[in-house]
Design a protein. Structure first.
Length: 538
């Protein structure tokens, strides 16, 4: 009996941008055009890697006239030649004496994202952050594209507005959206929770708790910290998903984060929420929660690899002591951290720090390619000039080096868009070959059972592959495609899987795709089928 792979149902993947597809009849194959076979990481040797950075002088004013011979790139501790050097300016954001670049520069057609962290902002911080962002937006040049994001603990990141052009109408839309953001009423004040413990009178001589309500305090304390930890983990996961979105966007991109940060004790140390064995509590458990930083490590690395620049803004430093975690997050992604009361002075600092933008390109050496990722340092040989730059760069783009989220996005793009998606959107150059086979189907009650019998080519039959089976709704005008089913079988022998079967409900149209990737080389066998009973019936 041939082995079968059955797809499983999952939820909607946020931020998927659809490509237009034709809709032929049931089981009609969309055959990809021939693409020269290329290994997943071989072509990176001729690709230019880009290091973005902003520059200011000793007075905090933007520096628009840096030259390539004044910039040194150190990648993985190795000085590399600057192969390309591009200047961009967002002079509309800067209202100082240097109102225009001193040297020719491209206009910075940036994507600017404003992320309000409703989960981990104090009420004052959110209110002052809203006011500050509204004033800052007025300074942004009309060439920018604006998107407003909110970290909502119930759904992750939501997008109330955008992307919209930063013209007068677009700015009004974003400012109106900012005014609608409200503090998260369920946000927990850990300091208040810590202060609500019972009187410190010690244990009785028999070792019993000193207060009959200790178990109530323990429960409240532990539950509060557990809920807080869940919110933080959801924030980390949302950042990882968003990093995958950022990688898909070309050109300059800037993320402004408004937050007061995560509790630093839970972030760096972890805690169970119980004072285990103390004189003020019952002995409940000896286990500790892991430090929250462990949940942020992967998403922060993905953000650092996204090619975006990050600015973290704390407008309520005096009422919270969580900024150490926010600083760590900023440092981890090569971002800039600014704090202080909202006002014109802080607006000017942010505007100046995000006006003079540069991209320096280099070609990785063999040593850097072997490392796959390397730390980056931008050194400017002009007195007084400071830069903030990406903290690391991926020197080798290969299938095996992609995050799970990036792989999922890549497969979805490929199933939606076919080989054209590879050239336009995919982060890795895959060697695509059509996967031959026979598709059949039958109706069982109100379900359609679809089966694809695979005819593996000779070069694939002995390979170990990652096998994806995906079912999507076709993209329609004004609607994003929905992932109906997504299944992955990792590192399986291709010859052992002779058929793929899936089950669909109703008579809707679907896109059904099968993708097999040989992880080491990036060689890919691909087939997608358009399921359209309506057209078939005609």
């Amino acid at each position: 009996m041939p082995k079968q792979v059955r797809a499983v149902r999952i939820g909607v993947l946020a931020f998927i941008c659809g490509l237009c597809l034709a809709s032929p009849g049931l089981f009609t194959a969309q055959t990809p055009s021939e693409v020269p076979p290329r290994a997943g990481g071989d072509t990176i040797e001729v690709e230019l890697k880009i290091v973005p950075f902003y520059a200011v002088d000793a007075q905090g004013r933007p520096v628009f006239d840096l030259r390539s011979d004044e910039v040194e790139l150190r990648v993985g501790g190795e000085t590399v030649p600057v192969s390309s050097f591009d200047r961009y300016s967002a002079v509309g954001a800067w209202s100082g004496a240097e109102a225009a670049p001193a040297a020719p520069a491209q206009s910075a057609a940036r994507n600017v994202f404003l992320l309000f962290d409703a989960s981990f902002s104090t009420p004052k911080g959110l209110i002052t952050g809203r006011k500050f962002a509204s004033g800052l937006i007025e300074r942004l040049p009309a060439t920018d594209r604006l998107t407003l994001l909110v970290n909502d603990p119930s759904i992750g990141f939501k997008k109330p507005v955008g992307p919209v052009p930063a013209d007068d109408q677009g700015k009004k839309k974003v400012i109106a959206g900012i005014k609608d953001i409200q503090p998260e009423v369920r946000r927990l004040n850990l300091a208040a929770v810590a202060d609500m413990g019972p009187p410190s009178t010690g244990n009785t001589s028999k070792g019993q708790p000193a207060h009959q309500l200790n178990h109530v305090y323990d429960f409240t304390n532990g539950s509060a910290r557990g809920e807080y930890t869940n919110y933080a983990r959801e924030l980390a996961e949302s950042l990882g998903v968003f990093a995958s979105d950022l990688r898909r966007i070309r050109g300059p991109k800037l993320l402004l984060v408004f937050s007061q940060g995560v509790d630093q004790w839970l972030y760096f140390q972890g805690d169970s929420g119980f004072g285990v064995g103390s004189s003020e509590t019952t002995r409940v458990d000896t286990r500790r929660q892991s430090a929250l930083v462990s949940f942020f490590e992967g998403p922060l690395q993905a953000l650092a690899d996204s090619g975006a620049m990050f600015l973290f803004i704390n407008t309520d430093k005096e009422h919270v002591e969580a900024d150490a975690a926010l600083r760590h997050i900023s440092d981890s992604v090569g971002g800039l951290y600014l704090e202080g009361p909202a006002g014109e002075q802080l607006e000017r600092r942010v505007a100046a720090s995000t006006s003079a933008y540069y991209e320096a390109g280099f070609q990785p050496t063999r040593t850097l390619l072997d490392a796959a990722r390397a730390d980056v340092e931008v050194v400017v040989h002009r007195p007084g000039v400071k830069v903030w730059a990406a903290s690391s760069v991926k020197t080798r783009e290969a299938y095996g080096a992609l995050s799970p989220q990036d792989r999922k996005r890549m497969i979805v793009d490929l199933v939606l868009g076919g080989p054209e998606a590879q050239r336009a959107r995919l982060p890795v150059a895959l060697g695509l070959t059509e996967l031959a086979g026979k598709a059949t189907g039958r109706v069982d009650s109100d379900r359609r059972i679809l089966r694809f019998e695979i005819d593996w080519p000779r070069e694939a039959i002995q390979q170990t592959v990652d096998l994806y089976t995906v079912v999507l709704t076709p993209p329609a005008e004004g609607k994003k495609p929905e992932i109906i089913q997504f299944d992955l079988q990792e590192r399986i022998p291709a010859a052992a899987y002779s058929a793929i079967e899936t089950s669909l409900e109703g008579a809707d149209a679907y896109v059904w795709g099968m993708v097999a990737i040989e992880p080491a080389s990036g060689r890919t066998w691909f087939r997608r089928l358009m399921i359209d009973p309506g057209k078939d019936a005609k």
